[in-house]
Every structure is written in structure tokens, then in C-alpha cells.
Design a protein around this ligand. Structure first.
Ligand SMILES: NC(=O)c1ccc[n+]([C@@H]2O[C@H](COP(=O)([O-])OP(=O)(O)OC[C@H]3O[C@@H](n4cnc5c(N)ncnc54)[C@H](OP(=O)(O)O)[C@@H]3O)[C@@H](O)[C@H]2O)c1
Length: 247
């Protein structure tokens, strides 16, 4: 059997890198998407040292030219994609106060726009560019890396919400991403392609100044699990280590 092929966006570090490692050690060819050539090459080389067939693919999810070039390269080199992990994500901060997480009443529209450009529109752009390749897979899987902070049920639960960060740009972008997941799952129902959101849990990465309580590898295990779902697995679902997250 030929090896499965997985593209992971934002795979040069954090949860994306660890997801590439898990899928690569599982025998997949991993395409290490990164917007920085230096960081992407370095990550792919580190994975190759572990015996993984890892290949750097230049991919800035906010740049349409870069997205199409990545799809063209995968088409030319491999002709198919089995797994797409939309992992690249940001928590935009106010440039004038990088340490700040302003309350909604002080958030500038620019911060919200920045979050949506990467966390939502980037996912749509990459997914649409890669879908022709995923349709050639016998069992395509799309994993959108969301967050439990995108759950309206969680963030409106009086017993849970006081402890959850109220980050308007980030949280609303992940809620929108969940809606994007559902939209693709509906279109692709009746095809072998499954589309799910995952919440990896609070992991120590650059995204949160390494304040997370879980390791990136623990978060990546959740992501990778959704990438290798069997034919009887869910689609259009919001998954975590503890089962389904309420929307
Ligand atoms: N850490 C957590 O607790 C947590 C919890 C829930 C969900 N998540 C989600 O998990 C995903 C990965 O986050 P992480 O925690 O691993 O953060 P991270 O270490 O900061 O990694 C984020 C990755 O996304 C990449 N990226 C950002 N903008 C990009 C763009 N325009 N094009 C391509 N790549 C881009 C970054 O590349 P550069 O190195 O070039 O910046 C980096 O590789 C995100 O979607 C995040 O929202 C994280």
C-alpha cells in the first residue's frame, strides 16, 4: 500500500509540529507547511532525523499565491492528499501593548480582522485549494484545529465561563471556524471525506507564552486522532480528548 500523505499548516512548531511527528511516525508522508522557509526546513529536517518522510512546503495561509503554489506543488509531486490539518492559528495582540488581551470593549476591529484572516479565511482558502487533491483519496480527512474557547455553550456556562479568557478576536474566530467545519461537512456528506473541529486542550506553546498546562504532544494526539478516524467515525463534529465538545 502506498503511504498516506498529510499536510499540516503551521507545522514548524507547537501542536502542528507534534502532529506532524505523530502522523509521520505512523508512516505517513508529512508535508510540513510553514510560512518561514528557514523554520519549515528546520522542522522537516528534525522530523527526517527520526526517520520520517517529512517535506517542507512553503505555505502562508493568508497569502492566496502561496496557498495555490502549495497545492500545485503537491499535485505535481504526489497527485493526492489524504489528510489536511488546518492548524495554523494566531492570537493577535495589540502592537502598542503586546502583552495585552484587551476586554471586548477595547478591542480594535483590526485585531478581530487579523484573527479571522488566519484562523478562518486561511482555513477556507487552504481547504478549497486542497479539496481537489483530497477528493482523490479513498478516505480524506480534514481536521480544523479549533479551541474549547470557540464553544458558545462553554463560554456561556455560568459554572465554567468566569475562568475562561474572554478574548474577542480569538474566541469568535474559533466559533466561526466551527461553523466552517459544519459547512464543509454538510457539502461533503456522502463522500469519503470527513471534516471535524478539534479542541486540543490548553497546551504550553508560543501562542500562550507557554502558560498551558498540557504538552504540545498531548494536544497533537487529539489532532492526530481526528486525522486517522476510521470510516465509521464522525464528521461535522467538535472533538476533544474527553469526547465531544458542546457547540
Ligand atoms: N496552545 C493551546 O493551548 C491551544 C489551545 C487550543 C487551540 N490551539 C490552536 O492550536 C493551533 C496551533 O497553535 P499552537 O498552540 O501550537 O501555537 P504556536 O506554537 O504559536 O504555533 C502556531 C503555528 O501557526 C503558524 N502560523 C501563524 N500564522 C500563519 C500563517 N499566516 N500561515 C502559516 N502559518 C501560520 C505559526 O508560524 P510562525 O512560527 O511562522 O509564527 C506556527 O507554526 C492554533 O490553531 C491554535 O489556535 C492551541
Amino acid at each position: 500500500m502506498t503511504a498516506q500523505i498529510a499536510l499540516i499548516t503551521g507545522a514548524n512548531k507547537g501542536i502542528g509540529f507534534e502532529t506532524a511527528r505523530i502522523l509521520g511516525l505512523d508512516g505517513m508522508i508529512v508535508l510540513v507547511g510553514a510560512r518561514s522557509a528557514a523554520l519549515g526546513e528546520k522542522a522537516a529536517a528534525a522530523l527526517a532525523e527520526e526517520g520520517i518522510d517529512a517535506r517542507f512546503v512553503h505555505l502562508d495561509v493568508t497569502d492566496a499565491v502561496s496557498v495555490q503554489a502549495a497545492a500545485d506543488r503537491i499535485e505535481d509531486e504526489l497527485g493526492r492528499l489524504d489528510v489536511l490539518v488546518n492548524n495554523a492559528g494566531i492570537t493577535p495582540t495589540d502592537a502598542s501593548d503586546p502583552a495585552s488581551s484587551p476586554p471586548p470593549s477595547r478591542v480594535s476591529p483590526g485585531l478581530v480582522r487579523a484573527a479571522f484572516e488566519t484562523n478562518v479565511l486561511g482555513v477556507v482558502a487552504v481547504t478549497n485549494a486542497m479539496l481537489p487533491l483530497l477528493r482523490r483519496s479513498p478516505a480524506g480527512r480534514i481536521v480544523n484545529v479549533s479551541s474549547s474557547l470557540g464553544s458558545l455553550t462553554r463560554t456561556t456556562d455560568p459554572s465554567a465561563s468566569p475562568s475562561l479568557p474572554n478574548l474577542l478576536p480569538y474566541n469568535t474566530s474559533k466559533t466561526a471556524l466551527n461553523a466552517v467545519t459544519v459547512a464543509y461537512a454538510r457539502e461533503l456528506a456522502g463522500t469519503p471525506i470527513k471534516v471535524n473541529s478539534v479542541a486540543p486542550g490548553f497546551c504550553a506553546t508560543d501562542l500562550n507564552g507557554h502558560t498551558g498546562t498540557r504538552t504540545p504532544a498531548q494536544g497533537a494526539a487529539v489532532v492526530a486522532g481526528a486525522a486517522v478516524l476510521g470510516g465509521d467515525g464522525p464528521t461535522g463534529a467538535y472533538l476533544s480528548e474527553d469526547g465531544r465538545v458542546p457547540w
